[in-house]
Design a protein. Sequence first.
Length: 692
Amino acid sequence: MLMSNRVKDIIQIVLSSRGFVTMKDIANKMNVSERTVYREIPEVTEVLRQYQITLETVSKKGIWAVGLPEPIQKLQTELGEHKKLQVVDPKERMYLVLLELLHQDDFMKTEALAIDMGTSLPTIRNDLKKIEKILPEYNIKLISKKGDGICLSGEQVARDHLMVNIIMKNTDVDVIVHWLAGNVRQFHPFMQKLDEYGYMDLFQTCEKILRDISHKLIQKNYQILDQNYAELVMLVSLLIRRHKIGNRKYSTDFTVEQVDKNQKKVVAALIRMLEKKYSISLDEAEKEYLLWVMDISVGKRNNENVFVKNFVLKPKIEEFVELVEGRMGITLSQDTKLMDGLLTHIDKALVRTRSGMSISNPIIRDIEKDYSQLFSIIKDTVRKVFPDDYFPDDEIGYLVLYFAVSLDNITKKTFRVLVVCSSGMGSSKMLASRLEREIPEIYVRKIVSLVGLGEEDLNDYDLILSTIPLYLKDREYLKVSPLLNDNELEIVKEKIRRHKHQTLRKIEEQERKAAELESSNSIVSLKQLKQLTTWAVDLLAEFHVYEINNLKDENHLFSNLEHTIWEAGIFIGEQEIKNYVIRHGNECRFTIPTTEISYFECYLKKIKKPLLFVYHLKEKRMVDPQEGDAVSNIIFFFYPTEMEEVQQMFLRYITELIIEDRDVMKLIEKGDEEEIRQCFGHRFRHYIGESI
């Protein structure tokens, strides 16, 4: 067939794309203008039509080719490709190289890889360097042997997990799901590779079995996302493949700690179906693996036991959200949907990452672009809270979306609008009613006349709408008709969209200012750091647990207290302590709930440094007449009233540590001075390290 080289190039780019490709992307790859590409599209469409291939266009996404594999392959051959893929994206090429290595049982020459990929030897060597950085996550090594070439070393189960991750990272999930079901919607290089390696029949047969299983799970109130379903099909299929080739080694523990009984029944049914279909008998390790795969792939709706099951993880989630709040300057921890969502997602994410699996995020680039600052904050924070676990960018992208949804909820009903009219309120009320009906985020805060406009502080509003011309600058208000036509409605919606991202811009500005402040105030920061360190060292040095015998009453307590703090250099008399308690009442002392610990704090101008100590009572006493519970320990905290902000934050951290940290409370109840000191020392060091 006769066609220009330009048309040929466009067809090759479209056929080898992973999904939609925009005119701009095609133009950039060909080094021509977008207009030039548009001019060639009619001829491209005509060529594809002759091969029963349709060029479909989706707004804001681009174009893609839809057709059966045979005509696509025929066209590829006639274009001179001879079954070789034209790989335009360097990252895609690197993963295709890795996929090729995973299917080599022996050493392979790098020159052969370069020929297969249609690229240069230096390019392949550069790809191999990147691959070496990925492999440790999967307990796989790249071995190089002079004269023989390169190969991968690692367990087959780890290699299979890596292969699934490669497919998920480089293929849109809808393409995979349709391919697994035998409904090929478009050409795709990675799907073609799976076909070449002989997976098609195995994967599609397993998919039919798992389709029935998924229906049973849904009936039992489980949910399976398309992405999890695709992974489930491939992992189960690869288990069958390992069994058939006699590779059943599992050095990694795939045991599930808590097995849901319904889930266990479904897995048992799956095992029976697989054994019957393939005439095999799975061993215990393989059955455990199937249970593990099912556990990471499905989730139960409205799981009421999620917080009980994750009592160790919950404090981590709270710490994670708290640190993100600190960076963003916005309170999010009251959002129960955010907390529950993060708990469920991170629970499964840890299972995945600790066993070499990772989830693919098809919109990761959009997330990084649209929420760049939030992405950076969450990436830093999750690695602080989970230092021993590796969260790839795809996982972090999903965490960003949880926070983005929470931020979006915060902005609802916060777009403040001022409506201005000429005389009567009828037209403006009509306008306000239309606004609030069409746009839920709108909050018409006030309706005023032209005369009343001068009394308003316009900074209190996010948007000013007027049915008449105003003396304001055009950019400061929007003139609309009382009925608000469709064009005007779209303009208002665009204003809303920008407003939703205003919070993120504020976060960005806050982060920038914080960075500038940190840079300009380095000397001040060092001084503050020195002071914090000095305070921490002094607190630990003077910390003691005093054994108190025969504590008679409250007066006896205050008498003991005067003696203790005098020895530490705080000269406050017994009567002064009593007067302080009378003035502050329950604010200065209370029993920590569900414990036998009473907390007492005192802050006065004459106190120059903080002091922390514990009274360990031999016999439980009611030390506060207002409190009905007897206690066995009293923790005292004395500190100055005049402090800089950084010192206040440190002391606030210590207070929260005492009354919220369960480990600290257990040690206090135990009364072991050295263990408490070591625990405080570890927490202080962590806090100061985070401050740096």
